[in-house]
Design a protein around this ligand. Structure first.
Ligand SMILES: [Zn+2]
Length: 453
């Protein structure tokens, strides 16, 4: 899954200072900074799964991995894409059903519970609050993701580990995922064994952020839905991940509309700046899982998942959500993906990237002029104001924020696509009208006023 992902937000890293010397200022400024640097916006920055994984045999070379490109320091590609048939030697049931309660599975302890009809195996050391949020996310995903694609929810077993590190150690033991492939799984992995039983592995740290946790479970569930719709047949990996992100986003937005709106604002800012600086990845060539993984290694923007997501959003806006299902259904019936895609969406695959980039230029770029852009220009003091800076790649910028009584500031550095994010919040006593000024080291600048209430 992603979850991630993939919003590479530089930490604000700002400092707080106030002009009037209240005796409790140090405490308040520490609180304000803590608010600003809270993980609300923090995207899972780890590596991400690659869709439903069919079970590899322990000693079998994984098809596709050999194509993944030259050796590098980056981890090798993760497990199989959905359309690769399990090897004939694989057991029909990778993980046998267990009694309720504490069970031992190949040396790993789990507590087996049934949550709303779903079998959930969580390690006893999973923090209770994270377990609770994971169960809520599972409920939400099953209640809403299937309807987006118009397909019935499948039975999925869930295995929940306390941390990403635990999950990465457990996947080779429990799912026979090659060790090197397990090392790139971030928050979860959708898995299908030879008997077509659906299993999702998750790590509990992902649920510290409810938006991200819901998104992650819905993303993985969508991979299971896609595998059913397409009958495990071949189609483009960018489409596979784009649909999973699209559905994950739709489900997460239902429950966290404000956070989702901010998240989208940030994602779109990254996409616009990536296109502006010629770093937006091209999706059309990313057909196989190996090509997708290789692109993750080489693309500096870190925006593969975001680009796939927003491309699918745009495709749906051109037609309707049913177009996704119709395309997969045609693939299941034996049509090639390029034929099915072009017929449903009216865009030849060869023109996909140019058409999406034209959409970004026309619809999104006007909202992100070079310099300083705000999510909103008014907010409560505790919630803070969120800005994105459209800079030159790696440009550093000095930020100065001040009202008649309070001030703050920081230095930020843009990423490879010229994007930087910055948040400002303040103690309640600092409500008022502010001016923010951004001065970049390569000449980019911006200023605007905002209000903290
Ligand atoms: Zn995925």
């Amino acid at each position: 899954m992603r979850s991630t992902p993939a919003r590479q937000l530089p930490p604000p890293g700002w400092t707080c200072r106030r002009t009037d010397p209240l005796t409790h200022w140090l405490l308040l400024s520490a609180l304000a900074c803590a608010l600003v640097t809270s993980p609300v916006l923090a995207q899972d920055e780890g590596e991400i799964d690659e869709g439903v994984a069919a079970e590899p045999a322990a000693e079998t070379t994984v098809p596709g991995e050999a194509e993944a490109g030259p050796e590098s320091d980056a981890p090798p590609p993760v497990v199989l894409p959905p359309r690769v048939a399990p090897p004939p030697t694989a057991p029909a049931r990778l993980l046998e059903p267990q009694p309720l309660g504490l069970v031992d599975i190949r040396g790993w302890s789990f507590t087996h519970i049934v949550h709303e009809g779903h079998h959930v195996y969580h390690q006893p050391t999973v923090r209770p609050d994270r377990l609770q949020r994971a169960l809520i996310a599972i409920s939400r995903a099953h209640a809403h993701a299937p309807s987006v694609l118009g397909v019935a929810t499948p039975d999925v077993e869930y295995y929940l580990f306390p941390s990403q590190a635990d999950m990465r150690r457990g996947l080779p033991v429990l799912a026979r995922v090659p060790i090197q492939s397990a090392l790139v799984v971030a928050n979860g992995l959708a898995f299908q064994d030879a008997g077509h039983h659906h299993v999702t592995f998750l790590q509990a740290e992902a649920f510290d952020n409810e938006l991200r946790g819901t998104w992650a479970v819905a993303h993985e569930l969508t991979h299971h839905l896609q595998a059913r719709l397409a009958g495990n047949k071949d189609y483009a990996q960018w489409f596979n991940e784009g649909i999973a992100e699209y559905v994950g986003s739709r489900v997460a937005r239902q429950f966290h509309p404000d956070e989702h709106a901010l998240d989208s604002f940030l994602e779109m800012g990254q996409i616009v700046n990536a296109l502006r600086n010629r770093e937006l990845p091209a999706l059309g060539p990313l057909v196989t899982n190996a090509q997708w993984v290789a692109a993750r290694r080489t693309n500096r923007s870190g925006l593969l998942y975001s680009t796939a997501w927003l491309t699918v959003e745009w495709l749906v806006s051109q037609r309707d959500p049913g177009g996704l299902t119709r395309t997969l259904a045609q693939v299941e019936q034996g049509r090639s993906f390029p034929e099915a895609f072009t017929e449903v969406f009216g865009v030849p695959l060869a023109e996909l990237d140019a058409a999406f980039q034209a959409h970004v230029t026309a619809a999104l770029t006007p909202g992100y002029p070079l310099g300083l852009n705000a999510f909103r220009d008014s907010a409560p003091t505790s919630g803070g104001i969120h800005f994105v800076f459209s800079l030159q790649p790696r440009e550093r910028a000095r930020v100065d924020v001040r009202s008649s009584q309070c001030r703050g500031g920081s230095t930020v550095t843009a990423d490879a696509v010229g994007f930087a994010a910055y948040s400002f919040s303040a103690p309640a006593g600092c409500a008022g009208t502010y001016t923010i000024t951004m001065t970049g080291s390569q000449g980019t600048s911006g200023t605007m006023q905002f209000t903290l209430t």
